[in-house]
Design a protein around this ligand. Structure first.
Ligand code: UDP
Length: 501
């Protein structure tokens, strides 16, 4: 048998996954991790992206390439101009305003034909697709080609099942007041929210079609993949299975697949600061003494809010690393930072302006707390390394994640924000003032019984997270299940193709 034939025979036995993330940092990053995990278990993976997103993720893409794993990054041209978006607007965090959100999802759906052409052209034929739940057009491609298909849910299982229960029990239709406190029906413990805090996905006038396509894509999927782990969300995973009848593959915390410092540093975008500099800054601090502050990739904080945060951090007297996004760095903020603040806190504070190497920071033993917007990736990344949190949600799933962190898991202190701020809002006072921030920090970092208990619970969860990702762990087993499923349900197609070729 020639080398070529041997390779061809081997590749035929390998499942080939097509991964389609939503074009947002909080969805691309975990999918890249998932691609690596599948490839490490012997699968071939094609991850669909676009030129701007591939350039931003170049660091981690290069690391994957160098590792020799069979992961291929497929760049489809993003149809910005055709859809009416500014050129280069290929990621949710690049949108100029809330008004562009709908156009962004319309643009994404135009990728359906190019994706179908790509998948059809592959030999041997891809065996399984994992598509983000917000990309039902990608699910259509799998359906048309008769491929097994899983939906990837970016949020926690707790959030997904809560939204479904609220829908099933008619909360969204029945309750007219967005700010009326309601108990989520059917959960194992009482959790109170308002509709404004738990709005469901795409549950807005004008979004009906996308919402129905998203629900349909999930209903007809072979199962769902979630970035969570059984020991963290067991009761919600079981409830989700019961309510939807769907198989759930909990495969997280995906961030833990990044063992090497350079892998951790390369996630999502090029860090605006050398990660070795951050590392050595942290090395000089006492264990669990530093507070890390980062609000993820999408929420945009106004100058007045940033100044309140700065004053709260200064008043707290704690060492801190504070991340301010490029888009937030207005002349007003820059002036405030440079005219006194940075100098006053220079011995104990580090302000990172731009993209931060979050996993490098969070996994350092000097980190003792995290002020987070409760995006699910940030939440799970903190859980995976045992860091308790100050919860400061902005929108979407974040208020429910706060409930999970504070009320269910007992590893967080709520800053006390009750009203969502969607994406960017131009007016109103800061959601939390310097005193609220200082108070929450002193509660979280406190060495008394309450703080110790919280730290203990966070540490136990981190140990369980690591076990889930080890050999024989629940998440590792679920990755193995995905590979088996793809082989069993997609293999015949590949063989036929190979045979006919
Ligand atoms: N992130 C990062 N550096 C930053 C900001 C964000 O590495 O400066 C990563 C973070 O580790 C997480 C993702 O970006 O993996 C943000 O996802 P999340 O779900 O927390 O929030 P979103 O950005 O979707 O609101």
């Amino acid at each position: 048998m020639s080398n070529q034939a041997t390779l061809s025979g081997l590749s035929c036995r390998k499942p080939h996954f097509i991964l389609v993330p939503l074009a947002a940092q909080g969805h691309i990053i975990p999918m890249v991790d998932l691609a690596r995990l599948l490839a490490e278990r012997g699968a071939r993976v094609s991850l669909v992206t676009s030129p701007v997103n591939a350039a931003r993720n170049k660091g981690i893409i290069n690391r994957v390439m160098e590792s020799g794993l069979p992961v291929h990054f497929v760049e489809l041209q993003f149809p910005c101009i055709e859809a009416g978006l500014p050129e280069g607007c290929e990621n949710m965090d690049l949108l100029p305003s809330n008004d562009h959100l709908k156009t962004f999802f319309d643009a994404l759906s135009l990728l359906r034909e190019p994706l179908a052409r790509y998948v059809q052209a592959q030999r041997p034929r891809p065996t399984c697709m994992i598509t983000d739940s917000s990309c039902p057009w990608a699910a259509d491609v799998a359906r048309e080609l008769g491929m097994p298909r899983f939906i990837f849910h970016g949020p926690s299982c707790f959030v997904m099942v809560s939204f479904i229960l609220m829908q099933l029990h008619g909360i969204y239709d029945r309750i007219t007041d967005d700010f009326e406190p309601i108990l989520i029906p059917g959960l194992p413990q009482p959790i109170e929210v308002t509709k404004a805090q738990a709005p469901g996905f795409f549950n807005l006038p004008g979004w009906e079609r996308l919402r129905s396509e998203v629900l349909q894509a999930e209903l007809t999927a072979d199962g769902v993949v979630m970035n969570t782990f059984d020991d963290l969300e067991h009761s919600f995973i079981e409830l989700y299975k019961k309510v939807t009848g769907k198989n759930v593959c909990a495969v997280g915390p995906l961030s833990l697949c990044n063992k090497d410092l350079d892998d951790k540093a390369g996630r999502g975008d090029k860090s605006s600061i050398d990660h070795r500099r951050v590392q050595s800054w942290l090395d000089s601090r006492k264990p669990k003494s530093v507070l890390y502050v980062n609000f993820g990739s999408i929420a945009r904080l106004r100058p007045c809010q940033l100044i309140e945060i700065g004053c709260g951090l200064e008043a707290s007297n704690q060492p801190f690393i504070w991340v301010i996004k490029d888009v937030e760095k207005t002349p007003e903020v820059d002036k405030w930072l440079s005219e006194g603040f940075e100098e006053r806190v220079s011995t104990r504070g580090l302000a990172i302006k731009g993209w931060a190497p979050q996993m490098v920071i969070l996994s350092h033993p000097a980190i003792g707390g995290f002020i987070t917007h409760c995006g699910w990736n940030s939440t799970l990344e903190a859980v995976s390394v045992g860091v308790p949190m100050i919860t400061w949600p902005y929108f979407a799933d974040q208020f429910l994640n706060e409930k999970l962190i504070v009320d269910v898991l007992g590893i967080g202190v709520a800053i006390g924000v009750k009203l969502p701020i969607f994406y960017f809002s131009e007016d109103g006072p800061p959601a939390a003032k310097r005193d609220d921030i200082e108070r929450a920090i002193s509660r979280l970092m406190d060495n008394g019984e309450e703080g110790e208990e919280r730290r203990k619970r966070a540490k136990e969860l981190a140990e369980k997270a690591v076990r889930a990702m080890e050999g024989g762990g629940s998440s590792t087993e679920n990755i193995a299940y995905l590979i088996r499923y793809a082989l069993e349900h997609g293999k015949k197609d590949s063989e036929e193709e190979e045979h006919n070729a």
